[in-house]
Every structure is written in structure tokens, then in C-alpha cells.
Write a protein that binds this ligand. Structure first.
Ligand code: FRU
Length: 596
């Protein structure tokens, strides 16, 4: 006992005592009560298995990169709910240490601390100012998006215990304006069936699932040894969820994930699209109560981009601009196999009869390849259920699996795109495309008009304008007879992003090879190219710059291009020039944007 007490005081952090039963096994006992147990993380270290025991019973197991030689940042474990109980962490580290003495030297043990506050205010220079980000920790896909009672609910794939992927949990934020987000406690946490992978939520207006009218029903993938589909229900408008005791609600004999449920507006039947990732297809099921699902059809084998796994589907109907026609859009996110490597969002247009999706073909009978965004950082995009006024509002994860875990941020990783509104248009080539424009709420971000030009002529010598760190740039380009119009965003260190509009090919390229910090992954420096679908004519652009992202939209949303960037200093100059003659730039407006 004496020896133990001595060890505890030598190695305990604040409010904990630590004992070392073995070279790879350490016990951290809480010696006082508080709201959080702060755990020290070192990103480069292996994950330790942290078994949380409450009154001797295993409460949960999480995986944390506990610090070995230095503390990069800390993460909080919520311990308030264990007040009045004995809490011990039974930690198993993966390093094969030779001696207990060696284990004792790990930096983490003296840095555990029981506290009543955990500071999530984070001023990392690359944390976006007006995009949704998690309060701390890793984030990937948006999940369970829905709108109810004036509030937009956004759940997301979250690791609350580190800034790399692990411990998948549904984080939760809400907004009344799609711009300012309030963070809430985790909505759905891992249980014995597995961690909580992607899915979506629907409002059960008539209570057909048996949980009362207006219950919010979430379907998600429980990812354990295999992937099965589970349900969770919220009776308080999405703030807290009860995991359904009859889970799983769907169990296939092969990998399947990311259920997306909706009530078919034409048949009134609950419908689920489920990714069958390794078969590169989506499965379509129907149900009367969201608990029993019947397979109706599958879609996708051999169609579209097939180089990666198909994930995170969405299926919805949209009116076609300028006609009485309505068509269905099937979103099939894909990773890898995107047009510029890694993750991307492809979609198909077609008809849906409640059971089967019949894809549109082009004039030659082929199924055309269509991308929702032509940048490298737009993935896992899905739409909000029950958005007002028939809107189809989309949100995507603004990163790429190729390098998401390596980007130069620490306390948090990844942001979501600006919210976007989808509609359908038929192009001159006869093809149906989805257009995406920033949601109207985004305009409220505009501060002052810091630069403008009604009409200027540009040639080989660049015309330059000062731009603020957070800004929206609107401009119309008339290329006239020029070969290329170049738009550059740059800083005094020579870091730059170059966008080139080439009328002869009707393309806009985006080069971030010299955009700032690019060396954290060989897949990061890149050039992305979007078809402008304007027959080489005039091109209107809206460009949004946040601290570490650039989103480019054609004025009417005929294409979008999203790329993240990490400049050592903010870009402060916009330069425009033309190659081979004079081009005309009109309606140039530079707005400073507010930090949310
Ligand atoms: C897509 C994805 C999903 C999965 C989730 C896990 O980015 O791979 O298919 O549910 O991430 O975090």
C-alpha cells in the first residue's frame, strides 16, 4: 500500500493517481470529482486502449493517442455523469516496453487532470472563420441533416478524443441561419454493436415508426466487426437520442453502410438507399415503419466512376428549371476514384418509381459521368431533410481521405463546405445537370464592399486589387478573343492560387501547387479543372475565401470547385490578366466577410 501511494503521488496528474501493473498496462484512478478528465494526446503516438470502468464495470472503451514524449493537445472525457462513483481507466498501451520504469516515463501520466472547464476556444490560424467546424477533434462526413422548427440540425462523424479518425460518434451542431453554429453534446455514441458511422435522419410526422408523431428517427451504421444498420430516436427534436433496443434494423451478409432514409413524396413509403461499397452500387429498400426493410433493387454496378468504394448516398426529386418536369438525383460519393484523386461526389439523374432508379442516358445511350464539385475537397455530401420552401440544401465534408489526417491543423481537423442549394438544369448538350449555388443565408456574411470595378479591360499586364483575408469576390469575365484569362490570389511571400479560364476548351483550372504549405502529402499539390458549360463565352464567378479554403461557383451554379489551402500568410492581392489580347472584366465586387 505504501509503495502504491508513493507511486501515485509521483506519477499522478491533477486529481488522479496512477499505478503501473505491467509494462503495457496502467491504471489511472480518479481521486476527485469534476466535469472533465483531460487526457494528453501526442498525435504521432500509437493509440492506447482506454477502458473506462465505473464502480468496477466496463462503461466504455475508447482509443486515444496518449502522449509519450510530448503533449500536442488535450481532449476531455466527460466524467460529470459518474459523480458519486468510482472511476478507473484501465489503459493498455501498444508499445512493447521492456520495463515498467520505461512505461512510467510517458508524458501523459502527469498530465491527466480532473477539471470543471475545458477550453475549446481555438485560434489556430487555419481554423475557418465562417464554415462549420467541430469544437475540437477530428470530423468527417456530415450526418443526419434535417430542418425542424426553424433550426438546421447538423450531425457529423466525430472523434471526440483526437484529431485523427477514430471512436466514431455523431457530433451535433445547430443553426438558425446555416452560418452560425452552436455545438451540443454528442448525439449518438458507440455501443456494443460498434461505433457510429454515417447515416441520416427523418422526421416521422405521423409516428409510423411507433415513437410518436414528429419523432426524429436516425438510421446509421453500427460499425463493429461488421457493418449493420441501427436506429436511434429523438423525442426532443434531435437534441438527445435513444438507441433503439431492437437494433439492428437491417443486417446484410456483406459490408453495407451509410443508410439514407426519406419518405417518397410520390408513394408515401419510407425508402432507404444503402451503400454497398465494395460492389460499387447502392441498394434500395422500402418499409412501412423504418424497422422492417425489404430490398427492392440495386443500382450502379458498372456505371459511372467505379475506381473506389461507393459511400454516403442520397436520393431526392427536383424540379427542372424552366420546365414542368421533375427528375430524381442519386448522389453516390466515391473514394478513391475522384477526378483529381481520392474522394469526390458523383451523381446520376433519372427517374424513380418508388422501387427502382432508372438512370438517364446520353444521346449515344451511355450513362454520363457527372460530378457535383470539381475540386479535391468536397466529399460525403448529402442534403437536409425537410428543408423549408422545397429547398434542397446540401452540405459536404471539405477534405479528402488522401490527406485529411495530415493537414497542418492540430486541435481540430476539417470543416464542412458552405451550405449550397441544388437545382436541375438541362444544358445545351441535352444533358441534365445539378447546379449548386451558395445558400441565400451566405449573403448575410457580407461586410463592406472593399473593392469594385464596373468594367475594366485586362491584357498581359495584371490589374491588381487588395483583398481582405475573409472575402467574397464576384466578377464577370468576357474573354473576347483572348486565349486565357488568369485570376491569381497571392501574398507577399509569393504563395498563390492561380485560376485560368480557357475559352477554347470551356474550362476553369485551379492550381494550388504553390498555395502555401503543400508538403504534408504528395497528393495535396494539385491542379483541378471544371467544365464551364458555357461554350467558351462569358463566365460569371463567385469566389469565397476563408482562412484555409477557397470555393468557386459559376454565377448560376453550373459548376462548383472547392479546394482547401494553407497559405503561411493570408492572400491579400487579387490579380487578373489575359493572355493573347484584351479581355473584359465587369461587375467586380470584393466584399469582406464577417467571422461568425
Ligand atoms: C465516408 C465514410 C463512410 C463511413 C464513415 C466512417 O467518408 O467512409 O462510408 O460511414 O466515413 O467515418
Amino acid at each position: 500500500m505504501i509503495a502504491l501511494a508513493a507511486a501515485a503521488s509521483a506519477y499522478g496528474g491533477s486529481g488522479v493517481s496512477v499505478t503501473f501493473p505491467g509494462t503495457n498496462n496502467t491504471l489511472v484512478r480518479l481521486e476527485k470529482e469534476g466535469k472533465y478528465l483531460v487526457m494528453p494526446v501526442q498525435e504521432s503516438n500509437d493509440e492506447a486502449t482506454v477502458n473506462v470502468l465505473v464502480d468496477g464495470r466496463l462503461e466504455r472503451t475508447i482509443y486515444v493517442r496518449l502522449a509519450k514524449s510530448k503533449v500536442d493537445y488535450t481532449v476531455p472525457l466527460d466524467i460529470e455523469k459518474y459523480k458519486g462513483h468510482d472511476v478507473i481507466l484501465n489503459v493498455v498501451t501498444s508499445q512493447n516496453r521492456a520495463t515498467v520504469r520505461e512505461a512510467k516515463d510517458d508524458a501523459c501520466w502527469s498530465n491527466f487532470a480532473v477539471c470543471d472547464t475545458f477550453d475549446v476556444s481555438n485560434h489556430e490560424k487555419f481554423r475557418p472563420a465562417f464554415h462549420h467546424t467541430p469544437p475540437y477533434g477530428w470530423m468527417n462526413d456530415p450526418n443526419g441533416l434535417f430542418y425542424k422548427n426553424g433550426e438546421w440540425h447538423l450531425y457529423y462523424q466525430w472523434n471526440p478524443y483526437g484529431s485523427k479518425w477514430q471512436n466514431m460518434t455523431w457530433g451535433h451542431s445547430t443553426s438558425s441561419d446555416l452560418i452560425t453554429w452552436t455545438h451540443h453534446p454528442a448525439a449518438i455514441e458507440p455501443n456494443g454493436l460498434g461505433t457510429v458511422f454515417s447515416g441520416n435522419a427523418a422526421i416521422d410526422k405521423d409516428g409510423s415508426a411507433g415513437f410518436g408523431k414528429d419523432a426524429v428517427v436516425a438510421l446509421y451504421t453500427s460499425a463493429g466487426v461488421s457493418q449493420i444498420q441501427s436506429m436511434a430516436v429523438s423525442k426532443d427534436n434531435g437534441y438527445t437520442f435513444d438507441i433503439y433496443s431492437g437494433n439492428p434494423v437491417l443486417c446484410l451478409e456483406s459490408e453495407a453502410r451509410d443508410p439514407n432514409i426519406f419518405r417518397d413524396p410520390n408513394t408515401g413509403v419510407w425508402t432507404m438507399v444503402l451503400a454497398h461499397p465494395l460492389d460499387h452500387e447502392m441498394l434500395i429498400f422500402t418499409s412501412s415503419d423504418m424497422k422492417e426493410w425489404s430490398l427492392q433493387s440495386s443500382f450502379g454496378k458498372g456505371l459511372g466512376a467505379q475506381d473506389g468504394v461507393w459511400e454516403c448516398p442520397d436520393l431526392f426529386e427536383l424540379p427542372v428549371e424552366g420546365s414542368d418536369e421533375r427528375k430524381w438525383v442519386l448522389i453516390c460519393n466515391l473514394n478513391p476514384g475522384g477526378p483529381f484523386g481520392g474522394s469526390a461526389t458523383q451523381y446520376f439523374t433519372g427517374d424513380f418509381d418508388g422501387k427502382t432508379f432508372k438512370v438517364d442516358t446520353d444521346a449515344s445511350g451511355n450513362v454520363p459521368l457527372k460530378w457535383l464539385d470539381y475540386g479535391k475537397d468536397h466529399y460525403a455530401t448529402i442534403s437536409f431533410s425537410d428543408a423549408p420552401d422545397g429547398r434542397r440544401t446540401l452540405l459536404g465534408w471539405m477534405s479528402n481521405w488522401q490527406y485529411a489526417a495530415e493537414v497542418p491543423t492540430m486541435q481540430f481537423r476539417s470543416a464542412n463546405t458552405l451550405p449550397r442549394e441544388a437545382s436541375l438544369f438541362r444544358d445545351a448538350d441535352g444533358e441534365m445537370y445539378v447546379s449548386v449555388v451558395p445558400s441565400p443565408e451566405v449573403e448575410a456574411l457580407r461586410g463592406s464592399l472593399v473593392g469594385k470595378a464596373r468594367k475594366v479591360s485586362v491584357g498581359a499586364k495584371a490589374k491588381s486589387y487588395a483583398i481582405p483575408e475573409l472575402c467574397e469576390i464576384c466578377l464577370d469575365i468576357n474573354p473576347l478573343q483572348t486565349k486565357m484569362v488568369e485570376i491569381e490570389l497571392g501574398n507577399a511571400r509569393g504563395e498563390k492560387v492561380t485560376m485560368c479560364y480557357t475559352p477554347s476548351t470551356s474550362e476553369l483550372s485551379f492550381d494550388r501547387t504553390q498555395s502555401g504549405i503543400v508538403d504534408f502529402s504528395q497528393d495535396f499539390p494539385s491542379v483541378t479543372v471544371a467544365p464551364t458549360l458555357n461554350a467558351g463565352g462569358k463566365l460569371g464567378l463567385r469566389i469565397f475565401i476563408d482562412r484555409s479554403s477557397i470555393e468557386v461557383f459559376e454565377g448560376e451554379g453550373r459548376f462548383a470547385m472547392t479546394n482547401i489551402v494553407f497559405p503561411n500568410e493570408p492572400y491579400n492581392t487579387l490579380s487578373v490578366k489575359a493572355d493573347g489580347g484584351k479581355a473584359s472584366i465587369s461587375n467586380l465586387k470584393i466584399y469582406s466577410l464577417k467571422s461568425k
